[in-house]
Design a protein around this ligand. Structure first.
Ligand code: FSX
Ligand code: SF4
Ligand code: F3S
Length: 421
């Protein structure tokens, strides 16, 4: 005891009280230079503002009503400034930025017409574009995608045939090194001619390689271009592959079948704010959008924890909004932000509508997560000597413990599945 006291005394004698320490940050002495400044809120704000000021000096690239600013476009559609501010607050916090940065997000949206976009369609259903382009009651996300400088997008452009190919070439040449490339759909590799596009019958892979060569940033929009998707499902007759297997440049994946409009627009706003690529997970998905499991923020999570499950679609428990795990929900294995942001201007989402998550933002989900209305647990070797999460839930006996066991098994599967590349 005596020894301890004397040791403590010697520490307090040699170290002045903490309150006497003055912490100063001298950026000129900092070996990380700008990086440390970047980590402070003020420094980050300054950095983004400088980036936006530079963009603001560039002319709008929109054709036609080029002088019409976003605020006028929103007003015409009956969207109030207050709604735009609310939208900006949601995007800002989703991107992991302080709420006080919302004015910067609004500015970034207003400058979206300074950034040219080339959007390519490969083998897919166009649901990813549809996620944004709904014409009935378009939300702010849809309007922003209408406002950007979309230089090439086969679904919405008027040109066709050779004229369309010329538009693509013109856009690549004019905006070389500046445009964002967004790709929707899986891409046949090897026998590339399973997918040919346009009057010149160029293969999808050729088109991707050509456009990627001059792109400033590349986004795979949807699970098909991110991971192969439905056409890459077994037996994958066309050898469809994700974009990363076709080109040799860094790709940010924005999966989902389809991805939500918020994740597509968020990816664009992040690029406008930072010009840099976002922090990503092991599957190159932005952490701001795919950092949590569906299960973590699900509105039915309380029922899961209480062991209250829908046993069959249409039963009393379904009417009571119980957890959908036993009718196949894959929310515990799926990383996405649907439970927080929902779809269609925040109106609903799969689990809200009464069906389990099918794991649509995960690699190979058509093969690994199906049959979609059957729980996954029994088909995986888990921490419970291969008994499977569902069997465990049924046999443990204590309802709460059963639910917890599913949670543990789900964690085990997820952490086993996610390995850095
Ligand atoms: Fe795939 Fe996009 Fe699924 Fe469809 O086109 S992600 S099939 S919703 O829409 O690529
Ligand atoms: Fe929600 Fe599905 Fe998790 Fe149940 S299992 S809490 S429905 S995500
Ligand atoms: Fe897809 Fe599941 Fe969201 S099915 S849309 S990741 S709730």
């Amino acid at each position: 005891m005596e020894k301890t006291t004397s040791k403590l005394q010697s520490i307090t004698n040699t170290h002045p009280p903490l309150t006497q320490h003055k912490i100063t940050l001298d950026y000129s002495q900092n070996p990380l230079g700008d990086n440390l400044e970047f980590t402070t809120k003020k420094g980050l704000f300054r950095k983004i503002k400088t980036r936006l000021d530079t963009l603001a000096k560039l002319p709008s690239l929109r054709k036609g009503n080029a002088k019409e600013e976003l605020k006028d476009v929103l007003q015409k559609k009956g969207i109030q400034r207050r709604d735009f501010m609310k939208w900006a607050a949601v995007i800002t916090t989703s991107l992991g930025l302080p709420a006080s940065f919302a004015p910067l997000t609004m500015k970034a949206a207003e400058l979206a017409d300074r950034v040219p976009i080339i959007w390519l369609h490969m083998a897919e259903c166009t649901g990813c574009s549809e996620s944004l382009l709904r014409t009935e009651d378009p939300g702010i996300d849809s309007i922003i995608f209408d406002y950007v400088s979309m230089e090439y997008h086969e679904t919405i452009m008027a040109a066709s045939g050779y004229q369309a190919e010329k538009s693509l070439e013109d856009a690549v040449k004019t905006y070389s090194g500046r445009y964002i490339m967004m790709v929707e759909g899986g891409i046949p590799k090897g026998s590339e001619y399973f997918l040919t596009i346009g009057a010149g019958a160029r293969t999808g892979a050729e088109e991707c390689r050509h456009v990627a060569e001059h792109a400033a940033a590349i986004f795979a929009i949807g699970t098909c271009s991110s991971f192969g998707g439905v056409q890459a499902a077994a037996p994958n007759p066309t050898n469809a592959q994700p974009l990363t297997e076709i080109i040799n440049k860094r790709v940010i994946n924005v999966p989902g079948c389809p991805p939500s409009e918020k994740n597509i627009v968020g990816a664009l706003i992040h690029h406008i704010l930072f010009k840099e690529l976002p922090a990503v997970d092991a599957f190159n998905r932005p952490k701001w959008a795919y950092g949590h499991r569906i299960h973590d923020l699900c509105e039915r999570r309380g029922h899961f924890d209480a062991g209250e499950f829908v046993q069959h679609f249409g039963d009393e428990h379904a009417k009571n909004g119980y957890c959908l795990y036993k009718v196949g929900c894959k929310g515990p294995y799926t990383f996405n932000n649907c439970s927080k942001l929902r779809f269609n201007s925040h109106t609903s989402w799969p689990i809200g509508a009464g069906h389990g998550c099918i794991g649509c933002s995960e690699p190979k989900f058509w093969d690994t997560m199906s049959p979609f209305e059957v729980p996954l647990g029994n088909r995986y070797q888990t921490a419970f000597r291969g008994a499977g999460a569902d069997k465990t839930a049924d046999t443990v006996g204590v309802v709460l413990l059963g639910a917890t066991a599913i949670g543990i098994a789900a964690h085990a599967i997820v952490s086993g599945a996610i390995k850095p590349k």
